[in-house]
Design a binder for this molecule. Sequence first.
Ligand SMILES: Nc1ncnc2c1ncn2[C@@H]1O[C@H](COP(=O)(O)OP(=O)(O)OP(=O)(O)O)[C@@H](O)[C@H]1O
Ligand SMILES: [Mg+2]
Length: 228
Amino acid sequence: MSRVIASCKNIVKTFNSGEAEVKALQGITLDVYENELLMLVGPSGCGKTTFVSVLSGLLSFEGGVCELMGEDVSAMSDERLTAFRGENIGFVFQTFNLLPSLSALENVALPLSVASKKRQESLALGLEMLEAVGLSGKEDVKPSGLSGGEQQRVAIARALVHSPKFIICDEPTSSLDHKSGQVVMELLTKIIKEKGASMIVVTHDNRIYKYADRVVHMEDGKIIKVAS
Ligand SMILES: Nc1ncnc2c1ncn2[C@@H]1O[C@H](COP(=O)(O)OP(=O)(O)OP(=O)(O)O)[C@@H](O)[C@H]1O
Ligand SMILES: [Mg+2]
């Protein structure tokens, strides 16, 4: 039996924006195992981004329990949570979140400077990751000079550079053509196998389901089906 990396029980999250109340998560229960690639799918607005934000400790919630590597997220101080995320979690945001004033390489190496690695070592590792996502030669270019697909691959390289145990990718292939999407998925699968990491991939692209160990279907803030 594989070890549980992340465990969610009955997670409830409601957004209050002005008059309207949105019940984004309505009791989500899910365990993520070591070494597995789990895909999270479902219609726009069903709560996928909200759920992975909770799972990575980026978003607070009002009901239920979320444990990461056995630690209760709600019980961690902000400081502890930031350090924990820096060490253990890699996150590819749906909106990339690259820093515009930094080059591609500096963006990729950023998590290592947070982990206080030496600059030369960080840049060397960053270059390796850029090469792995097919962006050799683009290291000095700033995000504004990169295509959407290239920015997405920089975001992926940045999420992987510090070898996190738990990787969360929100639509990692949405800006990529089919072939680049396959390259990225091959890379992500290889990393899981080599490093024994676990990964959640949010996607609308059913052509990449074949890489998944399990596919979790969400609708209206609930899990409606888990297929393996
Ligand atoms: N910060 C917020 N404030 C208010 N409502 C929000 C906020 N973030 C998300 N929501 C709402 O919560 C619901 C779930 O949003 P979420 O972003 O999790 O959907 P999603 O499944 O990721 O959709 P998509 O496939 O379009 O990315 C939606 O109704 C959305 O409008
Ligand atoms: Mg989303």
